[in-house]
Design a protein around this ligand. Structure first.
Ligand SMILES: *Cc1c(COP(=O)(O)O)cnc(C)c1O
Length: 482
């Protein structure tokens, strides 16, 4: 790390007259902007030589933490390894240089990849057909709800305005329903952390458009009452929506289509190993069961006798430009081919094994509010020993000192000191054992030297930031004299 440059703003490295660019010779002459479009004073831009600029940003990029830096047990986010071969295939020139408006006969290979992913996702989930158009999980939810609304409208059933969402749901569920113009109704969880069927019964009537479920839910628990819930919701005329962002532990083990779901989304940037979290972009394909295909958005890729084609249909729902994030689609398809039919069956079981192993090794020092088998993730409610003043926030900050990303904290909202841990299947036992020993060490420190934990992190470029101040009075502009 270059200490002279490190930690400074680019403005603080500025020297009047320094230049960080060299433009080619001007061959076009000068053009004077109209008076009303010109600035009255010069823009306050930093002036730095090229090496200073390069070093400044290179050193900053080193402060990022990603899956390629260390263990990243961020619950609900499935931060699994993003294999390098995915980057290689998606950067191949014939893919990377495509133009979205070029004709289908000039890009048959790309369309075949697209078509095959549509089909692979249908096979993996037990649904009939998929659209790859949505750009994120939340975008997929919105698309799915638009499909559900279109289905009810097509039957002249216009009174269905309610969407039932469990209290443990990801925040995007109620948000998507609202954006879609539907009304959110919350269904409670039982003490065991799954949807309370009795509470659900009281909410069902002929105004229900859909029920959204995440499975396994955000507590990492398999929703065992799904058959009963699907039956009840279908009986009152509603559709079942599966938030498939947590599909990872189900991969190869069971399929939402077989559980009675009608519509679902998948996060390619979680389950199918494409990068996300600042490293995006994402992709949130949506699948439907047989009978709902006509409501899927256009465009889609079809296979005909003459080859692959793009079907557009102006009447249909449209959720984005062209065919979605094609680069992400290539990466996800590469991941599926790399694993193959046999190995993809191991993803869910290994993700589940890793989560249960961590849970069992730590539950004597961290409070486990819901015991028993979990799926890909689980939630602790802070340290078991409540006599120390050490909070979940403190533990999360202390983990950074040991080179780990923190788990998801203070979510779900069902517990005050929630700490949600998801290791994924891609971590080795050695990595997981080291994490467990550090978590145990922090629990011990909380007793012996709580101040060390409460004042962490100690080894990062900046210590603990004031979250509230940063949110309420962010400093987004540099003023030299202040
Ligand atoms: C991540 C996640 C989402 C949202 O996905 P985005 O791609 O971030 O929009 C929705 N539901 C659950 C359960 C998730 O974990």
């Amino acid at each position: 790390m270059n200490n002279k440059l490190y930690g400074k703003l680019i403005f603080e490295l500025s020297h009047d007259g320094s230049k960080g660019y060299s433009l080619p010779k001007n061959e076009f002459g000068n053009y004077k902007l109209p008076e009303n479009l010109r600035r009255e004073t010069d823009a306050r831009l930093p002036e730095c030589d090229e090496m200073t600029v390069v070093r400044h940003y290179t050193n900053h990029s080193g402060n990022n933490f990603g899956v390629n830096n260390g263990f990243y047990p961020l619950g609900s986010c499935t931060m699994k390894y993003n294999p390098s071969i995915n980057e290689e295939t998606s950067s191949l020139k014939p893919f990377a240089n495509l133009h979205p408006l070029q004709s289908a006969d000039t890009c048959q290979g790309a369309l075949e990849v697209y078509y095959n992913l549509q089909k692979s996702l249908a096979a993996l989930t037990g649904l009939s057909e998929f659209t790859l158009n949505p750009f994120a999980g939340a975008h997929g939810e919105l698309t799915g709800l638009m499909i559900i609304r279109a289905y009810h409208e097509s039957r002249g059933d216009s009174k269905r305005v309610k969407v039932i969402v469990p209290d443990s749901a990801h925040g995007t569920n109620p948000a998507s329903a609202s954006v879609c113009g539907l009304e959110v109704v919350e269904v409670k969880s039982t003490a065991d952390g799954i949807v309370d069927v009795n509470d659900l019964r009281g909410l069902l009537d002929d105004t229900v458009a859909a029920m959204m479920m995440t499975n396994p839910n955000t507590l990492g628990l398999f929703e065992t009452e799904i058959p009963e819930i699907a039956k009840l919701v279908h009986e009152c005329g509603g559709l079942m929506y599966y938030d498939g962002a947590n599909l990872n532990p189900m991969l190869g083990a069971c399929r939402p289509g077989d559980m009675g779901f009608d519509v679902m989304h998948i996060n390619l940037h979680k389950t199918f190993a494409t990068p996300h979290g600042g490293g995006g972009p994402g992709s949130g394909p949506v699948g439907v069961r047989e009978g709902l295909e006509e409501f899927l958005p256009a465009p889609k890729v079809i296979k005909t006798e003459k080859g692959f084609g793009i079907e557009t249909n102006g009447e249909k729902i449209n959720v984005g430009a062209f065919l979605g994030n094609f680069g992400v689609i290539i990466k996800a398809y590469t991941y599926i081919l790399t694993l193959g039919k046999e190995n993809i069956r191991l993803v869910g079981p290994f993700a589940t094994l890793n989560a249960n192993y961590i849970k069992e090794c730590l539950k004597d020092v961290y409070e486990l509010p819901i015991s028993g088998l979990c799926k890909h993730e689980f939630v602790f409610n802070g340290l078991k020993d409540k006599s120390t003043e050490v909070t979940t926030m403190d533990v999360a900050k202390r983990l950074l000192d040991f080179g780990y990303h923190a788990p998801t904290i203070y979510f779900p909202l069902l517990f005050h000191e929630a700490m949600m841990i998801e290791p994924t299947e891609s971590e080795s036992k050695d990595t997981i054992d080291s994490f467990i020993s550090v978590m145990r060490q922090i629990a011990q420190e909380a007793k012996d030297e709580p101040q060390t934990v409460k004042s962490a992190p100690h080894n990062t470029p900046i210590g603990r930031v004031d979250d509230v101040l940063a949110a309420k009075e962010p400093k987004l502009t540099y003023y030299k004299n202040k």
